[in-house]
Every structure is written in C-alpha cells, then in structure tokens.
Design a protein around this ligand. Structure first.
Ligand SMILES: [Zn+2]
Length: 102
C-alpha cells in the first residue's frame, strides 16, 4: 500500500508533468541534469503505483524540474486549467490525468 503522503505527492507531480506536457523521459533528463539521475522507468513505476515510496531527494528535484517547490507541492492543490482537478464522473482529464484508473 502506498503511504498517503507519497501517493499525494506522486499524483501532484504527475498532474504537473501532464499539464506542462513534459514526458517522463524529459522529466528524467531534467532531474539528471540537476544532479539526481533517475531512470524514466522509475518515474513511470511511481506514477502507475508499482513503486510506492519515493525519496525526499527525488521529490525535491522533481518539483524543481517542474518549476515548483516541495512546500507548494504539499500545501497547494495542483491547478488544472482544463478540469480544475475534478473531471466529470467517469471521465478522465486529458490535460492532467485526473480520473485515470490504474
Ligand atoms: Zn485536469
């Protein structure tokens, strides 16, 4: 089972990544450039729930790569311009991925 805070942070990072149209590979490249080498598969496994815990270093660098901070990530909702975080029941938001089933 995913720790609740990890799950929330991972979901927010995924939403930000999708809203900014950054691919998992691009995020991996940016994080590597910032000194935290991480494989695209690690990002994918976190986002699809196969990997359930994330290190604080990963979160800090991923947030920085997406133009935000850990504090903002923990304290503020991710603003999706398309669905405002709440797509209609049964629908998936193509912009942020909200409503996606695993
Ligand atoms: Zn959305």
């Amino acid at each position: 089972m995913t720790a609740p805070i990890s799950a929330e942070v991972i979901a927010k990072l995924r939403a930000l990544r999708k809203i900014q149209k950054v691919s998992a590979q691009q995020l991996s490249d940016r994080m590597t450039e910032l000194g935290y080498p991480v494989a695209r598969t690690v990002i994918a496994n976190l986002e699809n729930g196969r990997r359930t815990e994330v290190s604080i270093d990963h979160v800090v660098i991923a947030a920085q790569s997406l133009g935000t901070t850990v504090m903002a990530l923990l304290n503020e909702p991710v603003e999706c311009p398309q669905c405002k975080g709440e797509p209609p029941a049964g629908f998936t938001c193509n912009t942020c991925g909200a409503g996606e089933t695993r």
